[in-house]
Design a protein. Sequence first.
Length: 312
Amino acid sequence: MARIVVTGGAGFLGSHLCTWLHDRGDEVVAVDNLITGDVANLEHLIGRRGFTFLHHDVTKYVWVPGQVDSILHFASPASPKDYLEMPIQTLKVGALGTHNCLGLAKEKGAKFFLASTSEVYGDPKVHPQPETYWGHVNPVGPRGVYDEAKRFGEAITMAYHREHDLDVRIVRIFNTFGPRMRPKDGRVVSNFLVQALQGEPLTIYGDGTQTRSFTYVDDEVRGILALLDSDYVGPVNIGNDGEFTLLELAKLVLEVTGSSSEIAYEPLPVDDPTQRRPDLTLARRVLGFEPEVPLRKGLEQTAPWFAEKLHI
Ligand code: NAD
Ligand code: UDP
């Protein structure tokens, strides 16, 4: 049993991680300032032995009393809607927040695990994206606040590894969805499911030919824990390598929900990547990772969450 700090623990992914870690017998300390998270995501853990919640902003000095074996740094706005509304907070949590959490890891002799993203590849010119690809990011565009924050996070994580011999892991997460996403989160799976369930038009940005690879949350968390428990230092893609156009996703959402919503086309956001698919060769080789939940099944498992949230 280990004592593990999860920053961003009240968020979508963080709360699933806290649950899996607690279920396997680890002691969990969730740290979150609730800017996009919700303690309701942790209500099944609050009050249970081996679980603590700290309401704290990790861009400020971070301290957790007692032994700490690992720090999973997941705090950051993650939806384009959120990070475009909070550009400075996004840069601060990726830079100052990552620095503070690395400092805590060094002080405690703990392993440091960074939640990075497929966005470090920007609008990729190499397809699918292997970890060796350095990416194609516009540093001064509106999305740059998130992409560069995560790229800085990776750089400082590797610097702590090289200079202080800190044990580190970096996961590059590809579009992950599932229960506990906020209905108004703004990401495409939540938008489409909510729109379909409410009989509103599904908003496709651009012509819908851009692609993404969507990962069901259970697959993502399983990959993250495999990486945490592995010896591999350096970025590892974790995702599902099925690739879908947004138009295909919209049709699948309509089928799964039985909705007769129409499709409405809206302008494509600036610097929106045209294609994205993880090369999973490394994850397969070093972790034996294989995504198991196909998109349709993941959508079927997620739709009831939104239906309940929306009282449908
Ligand atoms: P989320 O918005 O649900 O969770 C983020 C959490 O971080 C929230 O609870 C928020 O309140 C907290 N937070 C933000 N700034 C903070 C700060 N300064 N101090 C303390 N807490 C803070 O998003 P998510 O989808 O669960 O993403 C979690 C992590 O995974 C993020 O780092 C994100 O960049 C990364 N990621 C997610 C995806 C995805 O598809 N879900 C893809 C790539 C990377
Ligand atoms: N998108 C869309 N309609 C929406 C929300 C998003 O067509 O209502 C598109 C968006 O422009 C992008 C893709 O869906 O091409 C994925 O967007 P998301 O915000 O989920 O994540 P991203 O991969 O861009 O970080």
